[in-house]
Ligand binder design. Sequence first.
Ligand SMILES: *Cc1c(COP(=O)(O)O)cnc(C)c1O
Length: 402
Amino acid sequence: MKTTFDKPFTQQEAIDEATIARVAEILRGGRLHRYNTLADEVSEAALLEKEYAAYQGSKYCLACSSGGYALSVALRAAGLKPGDKVLANAYTLAPVPGAIHNAGGVPVFVEIDDEWHINVSDLESKAESSGAKFLMLSHMRGHIADMESIVAICEAHNIAIVEDCAHTMGARWNGVRSGNFGKVAAFSAQTYKHINSGEGGLLTTDDPEVAARAIIMSGSYMLYGSHGAAPDESVFARVKLDTPNYSGRMDNMRAAILRGQMAQLDENVRRWNERYQVLESVLAKSVGVDVVLRRQNEEYVGSSFQFKPRLNQNGFEPLIANCANRGVDIKWFGAAEPKAFTSRYDSWRYLGEQEELPQTLGVLSRTCDIRVPLTFEPDDCRLVAEIIADECEQLAGQFQLG
Ligand SMILES: *Cc1c(COP(=O)(O)O)cnc(C)c1O
């Protein structure tokens, strides 16, 4: 009989008891809103901003309602005007093109390379040809591109980088934290990210004007003085009457939930990588699967795992069905219609006709993805990897890769 796996891929860890107690205290106190504080009280949201700025090593931090909201405010605060072009890697999640669209920007998609990073030479040529002044760089599934080259290209073309760090909170490239390469960065606290408050977002920057505009946009009612990692009053004085309120605040309960997890983040990064490395070591040995080994200058967070089965296109549906029968939930980015999280640039029809990106489509046609929840033990990951390897090898003969 074939082995099966029976843990859900969507199960996150429980919130710890101390955090539950703090949230209960906030609920009993009735002051859930970040600006509803007593005279000498600092809100949970402000404390989270202060602590996250310190963790990130950035001057300013804004806590807000979601990662997608943080991205769209980041673009606007960095100076995007309606109709401005925004370069963006074509492999990303739907909130990213949505954030560009929401801010009034027009995406110009850039190819990816075989290892899921933005393609640096296509970036260079589109930076030149498009005249775009913004790059929305998604570190998709935690794969960090060669940041020195990207920063050099963007500096040469006067392009502001907005980093989407939804999958790289806690990661580094050549010792520098992801999020500290561009003008502004956005992080998500949606339930499957590295910290989980159900929904939530964080924006970081070292630019005082960007920070002040983002804080006012998030809906500060001119109560920006109570923020935890904000620029001086003089900066707000320059921008406050020219900046709209696009309400998207974070409340004190979510902030308390996230503060509890910040203390665990580095340890959780270690736990994710322990699990990732088990998956990698088993799958890298399989003749049925291609695995991309991570580069040494990348300190990644292995909260998901990507691999390329050595099958032709007809083999993917059977593979996914066979793995599902054994309890292993694989997402495939090559299907004609998006399922759950697997949308592609050609599924964002509201953006209008896009130039075809053959390299991106080619890579995604073989890209499979699994979540690595911390409720899986390393031995669970071993079993998951063995099932995947077994099914890929079983199908290899029938669906030979051309
Ligand atoms: C989750 C995610 C976001 C932000 O998502 P929200 O659900 O709005 O918090 C942005 N980019 C990527 C790549 C993501 O996975």
